[in-house]
Design a protein around this ligand. Structure first.
Ligand code: SF4
Ligand code: SF4
Ligand code: SF4
Length: 235
């Protein structure tokens, strides 16, 4: 027996086989999703795609050992079974020792040439794009990366945590510390991120005092957090 689907004629056997195939694919997709968990780990710079990264990373921890800014940690079970012991970035595990604007330079000066400035800066808890992680990766899971044209992720303001949303003008640290000039205050004195300038260096998340001032415990969300970039920009 034959049936018409979207103008095409298929046999009932073909229809059943197709339905079963689709069910297998959906089930397999569900299984992979379950393995990956809901978490979307923020990877070190130089990852070409999550699929390639998961296949190539041998969980050797060399990138973690090489990172001078101490921001690479291992994924745990809550990051998804498939991700366990793969590297992810964390800008919250170290006390804020973020980038300080070089003496004698204004924020505008630094924003003109952010890459050299951020490389020369002291401190830990943010990414300076030194690429020691990729250089020490033995499998090519991490490879070349140019922070002027590529992005680790993107800063997103969370009004539920940001102090400025509670007390107008209460805080502007992310504005003052961003070396790329990506955060400004709007007319209501709330911080706003220009995603075309942000490359996810993590300084703002590291320096954001929302958890300290409001005495949140643990490395929970901050007023500004780096998310995996899903806006179609190259990673
Ligand atoms: S580029 Fe440098 S600072 Fe950034 S994650 Fe890699 S090793 Fe760490
Ligand atoms: S540093 Fe944090 S609390 Fe302060 S304005 Fe920025 S996001 Fe809000
Ligand atoms: S992550 Fe934060 S500090 Fe870094 S470029 Fe983006 S907004 Fe600026």
């Amino acid at each position: 027996m034959e049936e018409k689907i979207s103008g095409r004629t298929v046999s009932r056997r073909g229809l059943l086989a197709g339905t079963a195939g689709a069910a297998v694919i959906i089930a397999a997709g569900g299984a992979v999703k379950a393995l990956a968990g809901e978490a979307d780990p923020l990877r070190p710079p130089g990852m070409t795609s999550e699929e390639h990264f998961i296949g190539a990373c041998i969980r050797c921890n060399r990138c973690r050992g090489a990172c001078p800014r101490d921001i690479i940690v291992n994924c745990a079970f809550e990051d998804g079974i498939i991700n366990v012991r793969t590297p992810r970035l964390s800008f919250r595990t170290k006390a804020s020792q973020a980038f300080r604007r070089p003496e004698g330079k204004t924020q505008e000066d630094v924003a003109q040439e952010p890459y050299p400035a951020i490389l020369a800066a002291g401190g830990i808890g943010f990414c300076d794009f030194c690429m020691l992680c990729a250089q020490n990766c033995p499998t090519g899971a991490l490879s070349a990366f140019d922070p002027r044209t590529q992005w680790i992720g993107e800063a997103v303001i969370d009004p539920a945590y940001c102090i400025a949303f509670e007390k107008m003008g209460g805080c502007r640290k992310c504005v003052d510390y961003c070396p790329f000039g990506a955060v400004t205050l709007n007319e209501s004195r709330y911080p706003v991120v220009d995603s075309s300038k942000c490359n996810g260096c993590g300084i703002c998340e590291n320096i954001c005092p929302s958890s300290t001032y409001r005495t949140f415990k643990g490395p929970g969300p901050r007023g500004i957090n780096i998310h995996v970039n899903k806006n179609g920009r190259p990673l």
